[in-house]
Design a protein. Sequence first.
Length: 198
Amino acid sequence: MQYILDKIQEEYGFSDYQIKLLRFSFTGILYDLSKTLIFGIYFCIIGRFPEFLFALIPLVLLRIRSGGIHFRKYWTCFFFSFLYFCLAIHILPVLVPMHPLAVYPVLLVCAVTDYLVGPNTLKEKIVVRDAVMKDAQSSRIKKAKIECFQVVLIVAILCFLFPENRYLIVSFWTVVIHAVQLVITKVMREVKFHEELA
C-alpha cells in the first residue's frame, strides 16, 4: 500500500496529512471488506446467508449516515460486529418474538431516536468556527438524520407489505440494535465530556 500512496503523493502533490487520511480511509475500507467477507462466509456455511444480507443492508445504510460505536482495534471491532449480527440473526428473533403490530411502534421509536441522537460517534467533535462551514455541517447532519429516518421507514413499510417474510425480522432487530447503540454512544460521549470538564 505504501508504494501506491507514494505514487499518488508524487503524481498529485498531496501533503503528508492528506496521505495519512488516504491511508486511514483505505485501511478502514479493507478492514470492513475483510470483516464482511468473513461474516458472509460464516453465515453462508451455517445456512443463514439471506438473514445476513437482511441485517447487513440496513446496518450499512444506517451506520454510514449516523455512526455509532467504533473501536480502535480490528479484533475488538470484529467481535463487536459479529455479536451485532448474532444478536440480530440468532438471538433476539428467538428470545423476543414480536407481534406484527408491535413492530411498527418500536420502529417509530427507533426512527425518532436515530433522528434525535444521530449522527453520533465517540470520536472527537470537530469545532467549526467559520459560519459557512457551520451551515454546511448543519446541512449534512440534517440530511443524515432524514436519510436514517427514511431507512427505518422503508423497513417498516416492508414489514407492513410482507408480514410473513421471516427475513424482515432480522432487519427489524438490526434497526433496534442500531438505535440502542446510538443511545449508548451518546451516553458514553456525554460521560467522557463531563469527565474532561472535571
